[in-house]
Design a binder for this molecule. Structure first.
Ligand SMILES: [Zn+2]
Length: 207
């Protein structure tokens, strides 16, 4: 009984020590790179090399330090801190295969804009993300939900024109295409949009 307890205790100590080290390491990681670099997107692959997600550099480094993931592609700079020399990852891969339901990508303004390629879904104008808004196709006041199928990128002019109307009540405003529900296709598309500036992602996303 007491033996069992001490084993548990030792395990606890070990994992606490690990957490502590990780905390210190991720602190120094943040100090060296600064908050902006720590948000640099990193592509996450499953153990099977299937792209499954994108996370910030800070989370990617923690996964690598924890031994959960390995760095597949590195950026051109490394972190030199206390006892570690760690290249900044561009692509990481989980060491153990995980079953990931494809519906897990968060519904967010950013992801809707990426799905719609920063294009107003009514007039087709392409704008910077900051100049676009989200439109509920069925207005919230009419029971419309915040879902992938009911949210579209929209310019402010079209958003004003639409107001609280249903589309069939307006003659000069039509959707250019039906908003797509979230799917594997949407997920890949979003990853490609985010990764378009990083050539190291290409071989994992285009095949
Ligand atoms: Zn518009």
């Amino acid at each position: 009984m007491s033996f069992g307890k001490s084993v548990v205790h030792a395990r606890k100590q070990k994992s606490l020590a690990k957490c502590h080290t990780l905390h210190i390491e991720s602190q120094s990681v943040r100090t060296v790179y600064g908050p902006v670099a720590m948000q640099t997107p990193v592509l996450v692959l499953n153990a099977s090399y299937e792209p499954i997600n994108i996370c910030g550099a800070r989370r990617a480094l923690v996964l690598v330090l924890k031994g959960v993931a390995t760095t597949e592609e590195e950026r051109n700079f490394s972190l030199h801190a206390a006892r570690i020399n760690l290249p900044m990852p561009s692509v990481i891969r989980l060491l153990e295969y995980r079953r990931i339901p494809h519906q897990t990508r968060a519904l967010s303004r950013k992801n809707i804009l990426l799905r719609d390629r920063n294009t107003c879904q009514y007039c087709g104008i392409v704008l910077a993300a900051g100049e676009l808004t989200l439109d509920h196709v069925i207005p919230r006041s009419r029971g419309g939900q915040s879902t992938w199928e009911n949210l579209v990128a929209c310019c402010h002019a079209c958003n004003r024109k639409k107001g609280n109307s249903m589309l069939h009540e307006l003659v000069d405003l039509q959707l250019q295409r039906e908003p797509r529900p979230f799917s594997l296709h949407t997920s890949r598309h979003i990853m490609r949009m985010i990764g378009s500036s990083d050539a190291r992602w290409k071989k994992y996303l285009f095949y």
